[in-house]
Design a protein around this ligand. Structure first.
Ligand SMILES: [Zn+2]
Length: 482
């Protein structure tokens, strides 16, 4: 039986146009999904939108639409963005999907049967924009740390989940599974915070009705996390498709931004444990992007939208840049200049040039099969596999491009344009096949073009097979210099 790989990108808040921040997480998840497909696994890749809550209801009101009409109008923008970026997800889940809402209610009933839900009163410092309460510790000046607006003092009847009883369970989980949270710095932060103790979690509200009805009390609606996080199980058919659920759950990795790590590393495992559902294997929190060293966001007005991001040098260059420019767990800084530099120097000069030169020479002089002596990829491949396991995309790309450097040196030294040596050209063509296969998760469109030029299939097994000698014509220009 094929191995499975289940990966999730977050569900995004649709009341924000998709931008570089969303693209980064989703591209990373897409690259991993494609890599595991290449490894021969059956892959499921889930993403979508988180559509409930006061903020959406308010925004909808302003446009004169119902919340559902409003979110319906926003979804195409996300789907379109992912299409343009070459994202191949298996399901786009919306928290307004009926099967999801059923799962939320079902899980809440399970948790309730376990005696872990009770009615109480919630009061706290609340930010409407974040739809979150803040403690005095997080907001010592009583203003939202994200929005810098004064917080409201809000008090309301609410149901609670007994999160506090999961403190030891969670600490034990992190201890026994040191890879559960990555990167390591985040793991330490979470452990320290959980050690300070956990408060029970308020899980319902009466102050809005744009949400999943709380099954235990008609006045209440499910509040944020018990709704949003459960997308990861409803997305693969927790209630509606047992067979699929059993095949793919537990998730192999949830890819998220570091701003939502607490909810994923603390609430989520506790919720699942309470409901008697297996826990995911891993949570990976990546860093944030700044734009020219300024925090990116809607309010800052500097968010790089998808069309702009692709507009510089195409989708593949954007995908390449985002995963190449910063280690995946760290913060990165975006600048148009740097993207264009990398596009010109690394993609056009090194990769594009090599492909175009070699294909042109083969068109002219032909190929002759020979044993590969100089440009062997095995070692590179092994190193890449290890880097992929650790989500080190930048290092994977570094390895691949060191290999293309070797190809470029080889062609410089052997001068096949003078010698017309068909064996040298064969060795180069075979090397292009090998690194293209490894590069394909990052730049699917470009690699598809190369594979057509050199007549090979994008398949890991093809790496061990010598390139078939066929007719090769000069490649089209892969990367136009800017
Ligand atoms: Zn806020």
């Amino acid at each position: 039986m094929k191995k499975k790989f289940y990966i999730t990108a977050p569900i995004y808040y649709p009341n924000d146009v998709p931008h570089l921040g969303h693209a980064y997480t989703t591209i990373a998840a897409d690259v991993l999904a494609r890599w595991h497909k290449l490894l021969g696994k059956e892959v499921f890749f889930l993403t979508g939108t988180d559509e409930h809550g006061k903020k959406i209801a308010k925004a909808a009101e302003k446009t004169g639409k119902t919340p559902k009409q409003f979110t319906d109008s926003l979804i195409p923008e996300f789907k379109d963005a992912w299409k343009k970026l070459g994202i191949q997800y298996d399901r786009f889940i919306r928290t307004t999907d009926k099967d999801h809402e059923k799962v939320v209610q079902h899980v809440l009933e399970k948790v309730n049967k376990k005696g872990e839900i009770y009615k109480g009163e919630y009061s706290g410092l609340y930010c409407t924009d974040c739809e979150a309460y803040y403690t005095e510790k997080d907001a010592p000046d009583f203003s939202c740390p994200v929005h810098k607006k004064p917080l409201e003092n809000l008090k309301e009847e609410s149901y609670f989940f007994k999160l506090s009883k999961y403190q030891n369970f969670l600490l034990d989980l992190y201890k026994k599974n040191p890879d559960f949270i990555s990167p390591e710095s985040k793991r330490k932060e979470i452990i320290n915070r959980v050690k300070e103790g956990l408060k029970d979690l308020s899980i319902t509200r009466t102050s809005f009705d744009w949400g999943v009805p709380f099954p235990l009390d008609k006045k209440h609606y499910v509040y944020v996390w018990f709704d949003a996080l459960l997308n990861y199980i409803s997305g693969i058919g927790y209630l509606e498709n047992k067979k699929m659920f059993e095949k793919f759950w537990p998730a192999d990795v949830h890819i998220i931004g570091k701003d939502i790590i607490w909810f994923h590393a603390v609430y989520w495992p506790a919720m699942l444990k309470s409901a008697g559902i297996e826990l995911p294997k891993k949570i990976f929190a990546h860093g944030w992007w700044t734009v020219l060293n300024e925090k990116m966001g809607k309010s800052a007005g500097n968010a790089v939208k998808i069309d702009k991001l692709i507009g510089y040098a195409g989708a593949d260059s954007a995908r390449y840049f985002l995963l190449r420019a910063a280690p995946f767990g760290d913060d990165g800084d975006f600048s148009e200049k740097e993207l264009i530099n990398r596009h010109n120097n690394e993609l056009a000069n090194k990769l594009g040039n090599l492909v175009s030169r070699v294909s042109a020479l083969i068109e002219k002089y032909g190929l002759e099969k020979t044993e590969i002596k100089n440009l062997k990829i095995e070692k590179t491949k092994k190193t890449i596999e290890k880097h992929f396991e650790k989500f080190e995309f930048d290092k994977v790309l570094n390895e691949i491009f060191s290999f293309t450097d070797r190809c470029n040196e080889f062609i410089q030294n052997k001068k096949p344009w003078e010698t017309k040596d068909k064996k040298v050209l064969y060795e180069l063509a075979n090397a292009i096949k090998d690194f293209t296969i490894l590069l394909s998760p990052f730049m699917p469109e470009t690699c598809e073009k190369i594979s057509k030029t050199f007549n090979f299939k994008i398949d890991l097994k093809e790496i061990n097979k010598p390139l078939k000698v066929g007719k090769i014509k000069k490649s089209e220009i892969l990367f136009r210099k800017i």
